[in-house]
Design a protein around this ligand. Structure first.
Ligand code: S3P
Length: 170
């Protein structure tokens, strides 16, 4: 199994789908999983349970996902903010998708209503991005996505981290 991290708009879900197709694995989008289990959308969860409620659900969904094999998991941009999640990912094959803030902002602002934390606008997003940088940087495996398509990023992950035929073990 492989887990993709990175800020909102980094292309985690799109890359996960493409990589899973290449590997003939399953793509699992943690945010969609949380929504399915909750029976409501992420904005609705934030509305009724607050961010804390969402984070509890996120950790639960992560635990569940980690029990599976042959799966490419795309995570929400805030996943690494919780110590518990970082511990759960220890020893796992985690790849962070690095991107320039300007690129991320453009993608996020295309559909801001889908992301409750995007409602703070550019300034708030910039702050969140800067705050979280150390968490993303701490991930051992990094892919620079600047100027690359989701296909190219997926191919790079496969070449650099999975070519050895290790079945997704780190
Ligand atoms: C969040 C990112 C979102 C989603 C939720 C919170 C965050 O996922 O999990 O809105 O804290 O950055 P994406 O990174 O897929 O947008």
């Amino acid at each position: 199994m492989i887990v993709l991290t990175g800020f909102m708009g980094a292309g985690k879900s799109a890359v996960a789908r493409r990589l899973a197709r290449k590997l003939r694995w399953e793509a699992l989008d943690l945010d969609r999983e949380i929504e399915a289990l909750a029976g409501k959308t992420i904005p609705e969860i934030f509305e009724s349970e607050g961010e804390e409620g969402f984070r509890r659900r996120e950790t639960r969904a992560l635990r569940e996902a980690l029990g599976r094999s042959e799966v490419v998991v795309s995570t929400g941009g805030g996943l690494l903010g919780r110590e518990e999640n970082r511990s759960l990912l220890e020893g796992r094959l985690v790849v962070n998708l690095d991107a320039a803030f300007e690129e991320l902002l453009e993608r996020i602002l295309r559909s801001p209503e889908a992301r409750p934390l995007a409602r703070t606008g550019e300034e708030g997003l910039r702050r969140l991005f800067d705050e979280r940088q150390p968490l993303y940087r701490a991930v051992a495996r990094q892919v620079d996505t600047r100027g690359k398509t989701a296909d190219e990023v997926a191919r790079e992950i496969e070449d650099r981290f999975l070519e050895s035929g290790n079945g997704g073990r780190p």
